[in-house]
Design a protein around this ligand. Structure first.
Ligand SMILES: [Zn+2]
Ligand SMILES: [Zn+2]
Length: 443
């Protein structure tokens, strides 16, 4: 009997991430997590407002990373800074057990906040040589705050889990460059490679609502820069020009037929021209036009079709104007985030037990994912497949009622009016991520 127990214990110690020895009491764990957040709410709220007021764009998150590094060192983590330029990696060892990664993004967006909040950002940074306003319009400030809250909760409850925590603060998510930068800089070779990984994103759904998607969770994203080369001339002499604005305008229209006439209408795909810059004044036909595109898809075949369709259309419109071939440059891209189906179902079960079934939806793999993209997919592609990327609702009931009364759609991520309710969103994020870690790192 004793020998059997010893043997079993040694087998379990040698098998990181094996099924839980004792089932997690989700309700009791939630109460303990909430108590930790109650105690530290003052400092978490101050951190959130500070990060919100001082946002930093990708690879410029120096102040942000510094603040988080100090907080994690105080909690007892071993923190390494400047991983993938401005990223941070914090490691905490708590006995034998699985290595569990919890990831937050650090970066904000180059845009002007218009929420009118008392702590709204007026910060500016230089992006591509231009001074621009910066705004945490994607909610990464909430993610950083719930990431710190999760670290606090897990350390306060360290008798309830065994293993190693890897807290990753990733730069430059918005340009889908940061995850790659951290991996290239040795995230999974200089530090223990995770057996499990979790992250969460705040969105416009009602605050506190949790969505756990099985299978494909987010879209693949591709950014493309196109330059049409024309011949400049006087505005009154179009026959002496090759007009790049006409080429660009024709391209913007025609490229949508890749979506409407070439793509299977049952499959998701988006081509957005987000920037079109050409010319200076009314009476000069410029000699070039610069366009920037964002492509989104779930299916690898659709992704290929959109990329090829953009290049073919751009070349065709240049040919029609007898212009040289345009420059078509794929600047960034990332694949879909794919959640492990069994782990998604298991964590959804724990979250439903703790938070109530009404708050937690398990979305099957057969349903389409979210149309937004995330370079969190790079960690999954690098082999950490036992992973779940959660979605946490952030819009308050008041805001929902106000927008409904005005007949306007709710502000979503990247809107200058995006304003998730901080306390309820952050509390939900701490609950989700802490319960997810506890569920896979049972003693
Ligand atoms: Zn974003
Ligand atoms: Zn985001």
């Amino acid at each position: 009997m004793r020998l059997t127990a010893l043997l079993l214990a040694s087998v379990m110690a040698m098998t990181p991430g094996m099924a839980a020895a004792a089932p997690l009491d989700a309700t009791a764990a939630k109460t303990q997590i909430d108590t930790v957040v109650d105690t530290s709410w003052g400092t978490l709220e101050a951190l959130y407002k500070d990060l919100h007021t001082h946002p930093e764009v990708g690879f410029q998150e120096v102040r942000t990373a510094g603040i988080l590094a100090v907080k994690l060192r105080k909690l007892g983590f071993t923190v390494t800074e400047h991983v993938g330029q401005t990223g941070i990696v914090a490691v905490y060892k708590n006995g034998a057990g699985p290595v569990v990664m919890v990831r937050t993004e650090l970066d904000a967006l180059p845009m002007e906040e218009k929420t009118g909040l008392a702590y709204a950002s007026r910060a500016q940074q230089t992006v591509d040589g231009k001074l621009t306003f910066v705004d945490h319009a994607c909610g990464h400030d909430a993610h950083m705050t719930w990431w710190i809250g999760t670290a606090q909760a897990l350390l306060a409850m360290k008798d309830q889990w065994h293993g190693t925590l890897i807290f990753v603060g990733q730069p430059a998510e918005e340009t889908v460059e940061g995850a790659k930068a951290m991996l290239v800089d040795g995230l999974f070779t200089r530090f223990p490679k995770p057996d499990y990984a979790f992250a969460a994103h705040v969105g416009a759904a009602p605050v506190g609502e949790i969505s756990v998607k099985q299978g494909v969770a987010t879209s693949a994203s591709d950014s493309i820069a196109i330059t049409f080369h024309g011949t400049g001339a006087h505005g009154s002499m179009p026959d002496k020009s090759v007009d790049p604005i006409v080429m660009g305008a024709r391209f913007v229209e025609d490229v949508q037929t890749v979506i409407s006439r070439q793509k299977d209408p049952q499959k998701f795909g988006v081509i957005t021209v987000g920037a079109f810059n050409a010319g200076t004044v009314a009476n000069i036909i410029p000699d070039h036009a610069d366009l920037q595109l964002s492509l989104r898809s779930f299916d690898p075949d659709v992704r290929k079709l959109l990329n090829e369709g953009v290049a073919t259309t751009a070349k065709a419109v240049a040919d029609m104007s007898h212009a040289p071939a345009p420059d078509v440059v794929h600047t960034h891209g990332t694949a879909s985030v794919v959640n492990d189906e069994a782990l998604a179902a298991a964590t959804a079960g724990v979250l439903q037990a703790a938070l109530g079934a009404a708050r937690v939806k398990l979305e099957p793999a057969t349903k389409p994912g979210w149309t937004a993209s995330e370079d969190y997919s790079e960690y999954v592609a690098a082999g950490v497949t036992k992973s779940v990327f959660f979605s946490v609702g952030g819009t308050s009931p008041d805001m929902i009622a106000r927008y409904k009364a005005e007949g306007k759609p709710l502000p979503v991520n990247h809107s200058p009016y995006f304003a998730p309710a901080p306390e309820a969103s952050i509390r939900a994020g701490v609950e989700v991520l802490t319960l997810a870690v506890l569920s896979v790192a049972r003693p």
